[in-house]
Design a protein around this ligand. Structure first.
Ligand code: 6PG
Length: 237
């Protein structure tokens, strides 16, 4: 596993760099390019960059197979929906083939939605998995203390989030760690201490993001300067 860290000046430069890199890697690929989009707020600006020229013309949209790293079990028109965020910022603005956008069917009960999603996931490894980082060290919806963190078989699981009792569906580490490239996108000073712990301390299930380690793939940490501000090893930044 190769791990690279790149620090960009600010949130805007982070989005621009990440979008450009994604477009170049997708364009350089051959055949179907499987990507898992991350949710939350951070990737929104990157998705918007991909939906605008010049990158819009560079991405081979007709070869993309789009999945989601995780989803909140809410209606697709909810402001909490990762599908809605990606659709608004990107998918509704580019010629990706609708049948190749694989959303989690949140209209179903969480366990059933996870089982169906796991079936849709079966197939070749991901070419690119976008990941975010929570201040508690979660990534996707692999929250500390949840069974999903240590799952070794299922590709996707329903997860009950302790602090708000809400349900989510998440990719699990067997799928994430089979990817060719896992790209963390992290912005903001509030994440700096967690970034330092994840990048500079030993892997532990208490910080699920530390368990992302693609067997024969690459991890790329794209950080803005505030998120990287607590790193102590200059080689990291
Ligand atoms: C989600 C994400 C989650 C997110 C982190 C960071 O559904 O919320 O998948 O893992 O990436 O919580 O979220 P922000 O980008 O909003 O800080």
């Amino acid at each position: 596993m190769r791990r690279l860290t790149r620090v960009l000046g600010d949130r805007e430069k982070l989005a621009a760099f990440g979008a450009e890199l994604f477009a170049d890697v997708a364009l350089a690929s051959t055949g179907v390019f499987r990507v898992a989009l991350s949710g939350g707020n951070t990737p929104r600006a990157l998705y918007a960059k991909l939906s605008e020229e010049p990158l819009r013309a560079r991405v081979p949209w007709d070869r993309l197979d789009v999945f989601f790293g995780d989803e909140r079990c809410v209606p697709t028109d909810s402001s909490e929906s990762n599908y809605r965020m990606a659709a608004d910022a990107l998918l509704s603005r580019v010629p990706v083939r609708p049948e190749r956008v694989h959303r989690v069917q949140t209209e179903m009960p969480p366990e059933e939605a996870a089982r169906r999603y796991a079936r849709e996931l079966s197939g070749p490894r991901f070419d690119w998995v976008f990941l975010g980082l929570g201040e508690d060290g979660h990534t996707a919806s692999l929250f500390p203390g949840t069974p999903a963190v240590t799952e070794t078989h299922a590709s996707a699981l329903a997860v009950e989030v302790a602090w708000n009792k809400a349900w989510r569906v998440s990719l699990t580490l067997p799928v994430i760690n089979a990817a060719k490239k896992c790209v963390f996108l992290v912005s903001g000073k509030d994440k700096a201490e967690t970034v330092r712990r994840v990048l500079e301390e030993p892997a532990t299930p208490d910080l699920p993001a530390t368990l992302v380690a693609p067997k024969d793939g690459e991890i790329l940490w794209l950080l803005d300067r505030p998120a990287a501000s607590r790193l102590t090893k200059p080689s990291q930044a």
